[in-house]
Design a protein around this ligand. Sequence first.
Ligand code: F6R
Length: 644
Amino acid sequence: MLPTDNQVLKYQFKSEEKLPVRIWEDSREASLYVARAIGLAIKQKQQEGEKIVLGLATGSSPIKVYGELVRMHKEEGLSFSNVVTFNLDEYYPIDPGSQQSYVRFMNEYLFDHIDIKRENIHIPDGTLPMEEVEAYCERYEKLIDMSGGIDIQLLGIGRTGHIGFNEPGSWENSKTRLIRLDSITRLDALKDFLREEDVPYRAITMGIGSILKARTIYLLAWGQHKAGVIQKAVEGPVTMQVPASFLQNHPNVKVIIDRGAAEELTRFKSPWLVGICNWDEDLACKAVVWLSKQVGKPILKLTDSDYNENHLSDLIIEYASSYSLNIKIFNRLQHTITGWPGGKPHADDTFRPERAKPAKKRVIIFSPHPDDDVISMGGTFLRLVEQGHEVHVAYQTSGNIAVHDHDAFRYIEFLHEFGLTQAIITGEGEKLCRDVTQFLLNKQPDQNDTPETRLIKGLIRRGEARAGARFCGLSDDHIHFLDMPFYETGRTRKNPVSEADISIIVELLRSIQPHQVYAAGDLADPHGTHRVCLEAILAAFERLKAEKWLSDCWMWLYRGAWHEWPVDEIEMAVPLSPQELVKKRRAIFMHQSQKDRPPFPGEDEREFWQRAEDRNRATAQYYSALGLAEYEAIEAFRRWRFLL
Ligand code: F6R
């Protein structure tokens, strides 16, 4: 859930939770808290003239903690001279110099920037011959004990529930050892390896027993894609099927999560099951939608006894009767449905999601990658254009890392064979074609694309995006390519959002002065690109807050290819007919380089158009099960209310 209010404070109940959980607004604040706690512990040990032993994790979860520790070293003089570290794991086999090695990760994010003694750093060795691994693991374990044991252990959590690389089936008392990676974990690792066949099948990991010996443990998790596994680890039984649940047997664990990762906890999902609620209409809506699903009845058929038997008797008391509550929530949901996403001209808009005026709106659709516009809101896009609004689409990043080499090669070859190379590509251009050809012919699995290759790949995606937007009815001068610099690393790891990124968006907003903005509010994107793209838009609006036009600008958030808004949070539901759904599919098909199997498919085997259709159909079915009209498909949006 992308919060717009302080629901965390509203839902204070937590009796299902078997681990202490602390929920933060966002991962940055949470990471600062953890980094500060580590910094304090380091200083305390320094004052006592002692070493401190840290257990460290890699992956996306601890990155901001490391960033803050580096800042504290550089700006506040925090010294790491008394720090000894043991990393949880390393792929096996792996060359420590390769991009995906955890040695390289740790150097890049932490060790190269602080004054830690190199001899105090320990990372499992992924280069050993197989016959030496067992003895090595025993030594690693002993070394931790001989250093006095781990004082503070940082953990991330995998979607399988793994901590370290202790996959489901690991024993509670397991020690450092060589393990086989779960297929889900290998799929997740694809984001770093590019090709499935390059992801190692094994890793060396500290065991659950080794982790549980640490004196203090911080488990970090960010984003909705971690919500399910966090719920299992925190509220579920202790089981080797969810290795993180063994943390429930440790006396000093702190689970540090952001709101996205907290979404599935009972205190958010169905707080009435764990305490007395402070009812407002949002919470009542959540409860009624939940109850309707729970008992399998449409809203208008829910009875007092349905409420009473499902922990919701105080809700009925609050609203006098189930009859009046049912009608209230039914109407609320009914009013989210509109075939006029830009507002219905000359109609009473009291209960419509959008304003009727101005009848013709200036609209910007921000699309983080070049295909999110049509995947996530293709039907709404088509309607906005058909209904005569001035629609602009802004592709925020080039999307160039998600193009297969063979596609780039095909385009280059086409240019050569068409015989136009000499005629239209003179000097520089021809050299560029030759360089890219040479590079692609000799490219190693571990190699980043050259800037020229990225250019070609970016152009491929540009062409596809243009085709998709033209298909939706846009003229070329309404198609904007922002090529935000944070994305241009040539790797899956991106830079943080910078001034340059924000200024590009400020300029576009200022030149169009839109009445309506659509942006991706899907924060479950595994590479974080959607998150950064939204951050940049919000920062741009913050800069523009003094401008008059902004008071008449509404922003709607759609969710990308991964999750949909929970039904009770949807504020605008745009129905699609069967024909419109087919049209949307054709717009998505314009993105040929992403068809069949894109380089970064994520955890889902389905193609993007299939995911989009399944999701839009599921929303429509949900609406119909609640007793609302039955549509073929629905695209859903939530309004962002600026706190300017
Ligand atoms: C990394 C490790 C793993 C990760 C986990 C989550 O050293 O041991 O358990 O912590 O896979 O990864 P991210 O943080 O990338 O979601």
